[in-house]
Design a protein around this ligand. Structure first.
Ligand code: NAD
Length: 474
């Protein structure tokens, strides 16, 4: 049994039995047995069930959000929003369930050729601890909409709302075995992603885990999508709306206590506005309230685990020797929170070029600031990372903004905004931030694969002993 601990005060919330490898095998078999009948249902039948799931979630927003806040330490207004957005994902993909279609491809008068999009079969979704309920929905909803089964492995630290979602799915009429939530840690995840009965792996988490999963997937040639971490820059030009930019910089890195893959953890400022913007960011940071995530006045809750807190604290200690500590918020002085995993939001600048905080993902509330002289240097600094998940650019010059967006190495670029995401818009990274895209039409590409069907209208096959051809290349 594994203790599930609240990061708010280190209290044990529950004890959860990890799924043993033999049980993973049984889960895969049950999912394989249930999937064909689900895929044979019409799109509107599948959509109806997805809407029923969304109804059940929406009726329990408060309950789910409170559990999520207790388990993750994220502030309650955020977890409420995430639960509502999870319901929204089920509705969004319910719409897709009725829109699946192939294409006819007119290769020539002798053939009738078309594609049929087919589900892969059993999807393994493996998710991290930072947005557990929302990520569970983001894996399960498209898998189901497109006719797949889904085995979801939540993070060991945060299984509670995902397990609750499993119950709601059963209540909404999801057939037995089709979706199963498999709590557990690395061993359970490894057993799942290396199972030959899994047809598609969709992973969100750390890049080292992504590499291990890619290796496991390679043994079975299982297709895979990896949503990994980031070291995303926000670049501010002198002509930007600085009020908005300062707001976005603070929210962009310190939301969820820095535990977001898209955290804007590097601030790249033009030298002419450097002091002004840094002063304003520092002033905001000093007033941030770190504390109880159930308290409406709180800006940042704790980190997820003692280990994650210790990692961030070590990063801060190390960076004190590699640069200047510009600003830091206070820790909570509430006795009830004494054992919780709190970390002060911290800003550094004047960093050595080799400082780890400029290159490695902290996954904590730490902002690293540097300055640039011209557009070329801004781009060089923005790209000075092996990650490539997201970037923000702040400027009133449309041409400059789009030039930057076109050149920067990132899966998502925000111009004069940050951290806005939608089910409709593709999301994913480059480099160490992973490969594959989720959301929108990309979800249809990920969760379906086209089968090509050729019918000869003339009869017979192309003559000769070489490869037959038709259409443009024929
Ligand atoms: P993690 O990689 O340690 O764990 C993620 C999941 O993988 C967990 O469920 C874990 O049990 C499982 N796992 C661990 N080893 C495994 C293995 N060998 N085989 C199969 N599964 C295994 O990540 P974390 O610490 O929980 O989350 C933080 C990381 O997630 C950060 O790097 C963050 O940037 C990243 N993240 C990325 C995105 C994105 O969409 N790009 C979103 C959120 C978080």
């Amino acid at each position: 049994m594994v203790d599930v601990v609240s990061p708010i005060d280190a209290q044990v919330l529950a004890r959860v039995a990890p799924t043993a490898p033999a049980d993973v095998d049984a889960a895969v078999r049950a999912a394989r047995a249930a999937q064909p009948a689900w895929a044979r249902r019409t799109g509107s039948e599948r959509a109806r069930v997805l809407h029923a799931i969304a109804d059940l979630i929406e009726a329990r927003v408060e309950d789910l959000a409170e559990t999520e806040t207790r388990n993750t330490g994220k502030i309650l207004s955020d977890t409420r929003r995430e639960v509502r957005r999870a319901a929204g994902s089920f509705r969004y993909y319910a719409g897709w369930a009725e829109q699946v279609r192939g294409e006819t491809i007119p290769v020539g008068p002798e053939y009738h050729t078309y594609t049929v999009p087919e589900p892969h079969g059993v999807v393994a979704g493996v998710i991290p601890w930072n947005v557990p309920f929302f990520f569970a929905a983001k894996k399960i909803a498209p898998a189901l909409a497109f006719g797949n089964a889904c085995l979801l492995k939540p993070a060991e630290e945060t299984p509670l709302t995902a397990l609750r979602l499993g119950e709601l799915l059963a209540e909404a009429g999801i057939p037995q075995g089709l979706v199963q939530v498999l709590p557990g840690g690395r061993e359970t995840g490894a057993a799942l992603v290396s199972h030959p009965g899994v047809d598609l792996i969709v992973f969100t988490g750390h890049h080292d885990t992504g590499k291990a999963i890619a290796r496991a997937a390679a043994a079975n040639l299982t297709p895979i999508a990896l949503e990994l971490g980031g070291k995303s820059p926000q670049v501010v030009f002198p002509d930007a709306d600085l009020d908005r930019a300062v707001d976005a910089v603070v929210l962009g890195v310190f939301a969820s206590c820095g535990q977001m893959c898209i955290a804007g953890s590097r601030l790249v400022l033009h030298e002419s506005i450097y002091d002004e913007v840094l002063d304003r960011v520092a002033a905001r940071v000093r007033t941030l309230q770190v504390g109880d995530p159930f308290d409406e006045r709180t800006d940042l809750g704790p980190q997820i685990t003692a280990a994650q807190r210790d990692k961030t604290v070590a990063f801060i200690a190390e960076t004190r020797n590699a640069g200047r500590l510009v600003a830091q918020a206070a820790l909570p002085d509430d006795e009830r929170l004494r054992d919780g995993f709190y970390v002060p939001p911290t800003v550094f600048d004047r960093l050595d070029e080799g400082a780890r905080v400029l290159r490695e993902e902290v996954f904590g509330p730490v902002l690293a600031v540097s300055s640039f002289r011209d557009d070329a240097e801004a781009l060089r600094l923005a790209d000075d990372t092996q990650f490539g998940l997201a970037a923000g650019v702040w400027t009133a010059d449309i041409a400059r903004a789009h030039r930057f967006a076109g050149q920067v190495r990132a899966g998502t670029v925000w111009i004069n905004t940050y951290r806005v995401l939608s089910d409709l818009v593709p999301f994913g990274g480059v480099g160490l931030s992973g490969y594959g895209r989720e959301n929108g039409t990309e979800a249809a590409r990920l969760y379906l694969r086209p089968k090509s069907v050729w019918t000869s209208l003339a009869g017979g096959i192309p003559q000769g002993y070489g490869m037959g051809g038709a259409g443009a290349a024929g």
